[in-house]
Write a protein that binds this ligand. Structure first.
Ligand code: XMP
Length: 335
């Protein structure tokens, strides 16, 4: 038979060889977020140069329940890289204390991220390269978010890294010709677990923009627990659809789903007691690219189960609501 000219495995080999040749004996640093793209770069780096690559995981305390532990597990037990877990939770909590404005939260979180990252980078000797999980759409997309920025020209992604004075790294961006599905295939070929490869989109500022108003440890705890239930039930719902249709993102599967914690309380009743506690909002959308999204027409049984589990299992919550707005006119996130 005729041999195919390339397979995922020999693509991995080629990419690893290219990285080895470029890096030589130098060291590489990577900001590992736990998202698909940076995780694939980390796995590729492990294959190509092993411990010459340092993966810096900045834990801002705003990831979903269980995520920091999962990232650490994968990149300490499964892949052989130099892994640094930066516990920045308290510093972020202090910086975010009392901050209510969404763009202000984003700015604080983004600025602190690079501060934390470069503080580690500057302590390491002989780092010449900074690896990034930039993918092709990152380069061609406009940078407009909810910042009121104009969706205009092609963004020069490279200018976005705020190197401190006197600091410079050469960039390695092994995924810059790839689309997301190709990145996922590469991730599978590298042996990354499915929970990373098929991870749903998650905003850089994390749960801070899913807590309306000021972030506090108490609200974070409620949101993490409620969100874990939403994900558990909707992961299972998606898995049932996948089994039935053979398609991972089939017509009615949820694309992004999470809990939101608004800044209000409402009255409820438990036993003979009146309660005055927090509501949780379920957000679940069908989409393919986040530019537009439909609210997911979830079966009532699924919504009902999520609701009863949240009020039964999460202390401080006495009501659950479902967001039935599409994008536009709403956005996927609440902030
Ligand atoms: P919206 O809320 O604008 O979100 O409909 C569209 C997609 O972008 C994600 N998102 C963000 N991602 N930093 C990110 O990295 C952000 O500040 C941010 N805000 C929104 C959102 O989760 C959705 O997938």
């Amino acid at each position: 038979g005729i041999e195919p000219t390339w397979t995922m495995d020999n693509l991995v080999e080629t990419m690893s060889r290219e990285i080895r040749e470029k890096v030589g004996d130098d060291r590489v640093i990577l900001a590992l977020s736990g998202g698909v793209d940076s995780s694939v770069v980390a796995a590729l780096g492990a294959r190509a140069i092993g411990r010459q690559m340092t993966c810096v995981f900045i834990n801002h305390g705003l990831l979903r329940k269980g995520e920091p532990e999962q990232v650490e597990e994968v990149f300490t037990k499964q892949f052989d890289v130099d892994f640094i877990h930066v516990h920045a939770e308290d510093r972020y909590a202090a910086l975010l204390d009392g901050v209510t404005e969404p763009e202000e939260k984003r700015r604080i979180i983004g600025t602190q991220f690079w501060k934390e990252f470069f503080a580690v980078a500057q302590q390491l000797d002989g780092v010449k390269y900074l690896a990034q999980g930039t993918i092709y759409p990152d380069i061609i997309e406009s940078g407009a978010r909810k910042t009121g920025g104009k969706a205009s020209t092609i963004k020069s992604h490279h200018n976005l890294i705020p190197f401190p004075e006197g600091v410079h790294f050469d960039l390695i961006e092994p995924l810059d010709h790839f689309f997301k599905d190709e990145v996922r295939e590469l991730g599978l070929a590298l042996g990354l677990p499915e929970h990373i490869v098929y991870r749903q989109p998650f905003p850089g500022p994390g749960l801070a923009i899913r807590i309306i108003g000021a972030v506090s440890p108490e609200k974070l705890e409620i949101l993490k627990n409620a969100d874990a239930i939403v994900r558990e039930e909707l992961d299972a719902y998606n898995a049932r659809l996948f089994e039935a249709t053979g398609e991972r993102n089939s017509e009615h599967s949820c694309w992004q789903y999470f809990a939101v914690l608004p800044d209000i309380k409402s009255v409820g009743v438990m036993g003979d007691e009146r309660t005055y506690q927090r509501p949780v909002i379920i957000r679940a959308v069908e989409s393919s690219d986040a530019m537009t999204a439909d609210w997911a027409k979830l079966p009532y049984e699924v919504l009902g189960k999520i609701s009863s589990r949240i009020v039964a299992e999460v202390p401080g919550v006495n009501r659950v609501a479902y967001d039935i707005t599409s994008k536009p006119p709403a956005t996927i996130e609440w902030e």
